[in-house]
Design a protein around this ligand. Sequence first.
Ligand code: KIV
Ligand code: ZN
Length: 524
Amino acid sequence: MTDKNRVYIFDTTMRDGEQSPGASMSLEEKLQIARVFDELGVDIIEAGFPIASPGDFEATTEVSKILKKSIPAGLSRHSKKDIDRCYEALKHSPRFRIHTFISTSPLHMKHKLNMSADQVYESIKEHVTYARNYTDDVEWSCEDGTRTDMDFMCKTVELAIKSGAKTINIPDTVGYTVPSEFTKIIQTLLNKVPNIDKAILSTHCHNDLGLAVANSLAGVQAGARQIECTINGIGERAGNAALEEIVMAIRTRNDLMPYSTGINTKLLSKASKVVSNATGFPVQYNKAIVGKNAFAHEAGIHQDGMLKNRETYEIMTPESVGVKQTSLVMGKHSGRHAFKDKLNSLGYVDVTDDVIQNAFGKFKILADKKKHVYDEDIIALVDDSLIIDNKLNALVLKSLKVFAGTGEPQKAEMTLEIFGEIKNSSETGDGPVDAIFKCIKKLYSHEMHLQLYQVHAVTEGTDAQATVSVRLEENGKTTVGQAADTDTLVASANAYLSALNKMLIKRNKTAPNEEYQNQKMKGI
Ligand code: KIV
Ligand code: ZN
């Protein structure tokens, strides 16, 4: 393995990933993600689009302060104000990257930018040079690159490099390309741009046709050495290329793709979980690498083969991505020490004693109620405790009684602690969940809209724990709450309260940036 085969991983979960409708994350959540990514070995972390909102600015600033190894990056359009704002957010880190972009496709230049090709060309010189005054680590992207005229792309890339860009990113913004075409684009740039050896070529593929990972890998095989991607593949519309899939494809098929990354693959499962919790987007069961079923073998023939030799049906081990085989090792007789060990083995290495204590208490209650306690049960419990530890609990559920069934209207009786004060209410509703949510609304009046209510069984059987996700919206801002319990209705109440608590924190933090909104309306 030589250095020329090192592929840099640029993660944009907190920027492009957060552009998924409903995927907004709080500052606390972004910091938690950034710590995990730093440990995971991500080379560059795009922490936000600082001009977009005060919240994005604050998150980029705070992330840039805590990273130990990863390089923080921020996004900016071709606008000096954007670039200044990016610098202001990133300057706390000894090394940082300014990522600036403009569209180069005929469609975008005409309809989105209302600019001629010559104006776009001139703008590159002006803005890359401007960003270069702040740092020698400037990345330039030609948005909608895969629908750009190739001769024009070569000209713009040459100019961006001449103006100081060290990384040239080729976005497949609308997920339109296919591997053979993307290979050609990268090869053409390498063959035709005279100063291309002064920069690293990067891929940024969206997944509209389900080809984002394949296109990214084709780009690397053609000579690109940076891949932009997100954990769990989250992102605009169908998402971005999934980091975990790219890294494991390179590792597993190193015979065909002799490249290396700096990723500690054993932390992939943990990173996936942290992102899923923060966004409230569950990971689909059959998702490659990090899905619940990615290493499950159900068919008898497969199980038989696995028992004889794991390699019969396993191309990579669950351990290599940080997944332990689901087991029944924990029961009601397990002590705190064993519980802590279990958390460590599940990847929870830096949780506080308070979180352990809280999760252990819930584990004991669960173990009394439930015959088998699976790893997934414990994960759900500790995630719940992490949310509480984040001090997002201005409103706390004290007790809940629900009357459901046929005939009578469903009714909920609830006691909440609201900023330290105990309040009770009783409401009927169109179903038990409706009655519960009405109780919360009565006890703490608010105008937030329920955008999503989702229940997932964490493990199998009628005694399985349920994880409930709730998304609330208020004035364009959204928050997601999750909670787990063997009682789906208790989990529903707690998930709603968690989203509500997060919104109370968010209310104070992210007033929309008027200037950005105005510019966005104009399509700049
Ligand atoms: O998809 C895209 O074109 C982008 C750019 C801003 C890099 O996200
Ligand atoms: Zn993108």
